[in-house]
Design a protein around this ligand. Sequence first.
Ligand code: AMP
Ligand code: MN
Ligand code: MN
Length: 322
Amino acid sequence: MKNIAEVLENVKTVGIGGHIRPDGDCVGSCMALYLYIRTYFPEIDVDVYLDNPKPIFGHIDRIDDIKTEIKEDIRYDLFITCDVSARDRIALAGDLFEKASRTVCIDHHISNPGFADENHIQGEISSCCEVLYGILDPQKVTLPIATAIYTGMIHDTGVFQYSSTSPETMRIAGELMKTGIPFNKIIDESFYQKTYLQNQVMGRVLAESILLQNGKCIVGYLRRKDMDFYGVEGSDLDGIVSQLRLTRGVEVAIFLYETETQTFKVSLRSNGKIDVSQIAVFFGGGGHTRAAGCDLQGSMYDVINNITAEIEKQFCEEPKQC
Ligand code: AMP
Ligand code: MN
Ligand code: MN
């Protein structure tokens, strides 16, 4: 893998973009790269595009620089995607990616086919921020850059909880801490803290969840009318699928919510036996072996039946499971 100075050779303009509904790793990696280029390559014009980053990322330096609309007819020398698993997942900046003279993809999704001219993809690494750190000069990672990277790392590892967390993840986190980042504040305020309403909705989903397949599979759901009743959006529902996964005996957790009538955003989490990336890819989505997602149409029960049938098939591939 090239380092970032080599990637940026002979480049005068750079666009950076992440995936739709940007999460902590997406915002963190895009912003860390943006801050690094601004700081160490002042001769390069750099812009960062993301759709509606959440207020919980407000602690990241220059977050207000993010462009949420494309106004000018710009053509970049180089367009870099961070944490984007497939070409159709680039949010508002899709056209800018198409028009750029050269494209680079920095990512960690196992399902990523390598859709750019140059692909820096490491499917076994816990976050895009960690992949990005590997191509930066560690001596040049200042406190604001470290804050953005640390934010992405805690979000994609569930605060160093998921199995993708490696000794190298912890070493890098240690290096970032040395810059003086307010790590406890970042963890509390960007990851764990919920509004009263978000907690209420999580409580409701947990209370109505259903156990299937002898308790190995759990399903939580939220219909549009209930989201409207509470006044919540998809971005208020983070953490629900992770909590479902922590039910004793459960191997796979499924959480779905209705984005529009009869269209569902599905999140899948596995404790290891089932490869949910395979399930998500089968339904046109993607992700990692233990965390993946897809968007499906149909009635809520059709969606649940279709997904659980695929999970059942995988269970049946294991000896003595069916
Ligand atoms: P989520 O359940 O939305 O937190 O997503 C879990 C993982 O799956 C993330 O790494 C996402 O980037 C990926 N993912 C979610 N939905 C999709 C989709 N429709 N297509 C491709 N990847 C997805
Ligand atoms: Mn992401
Ligand atoms: Mn990620």
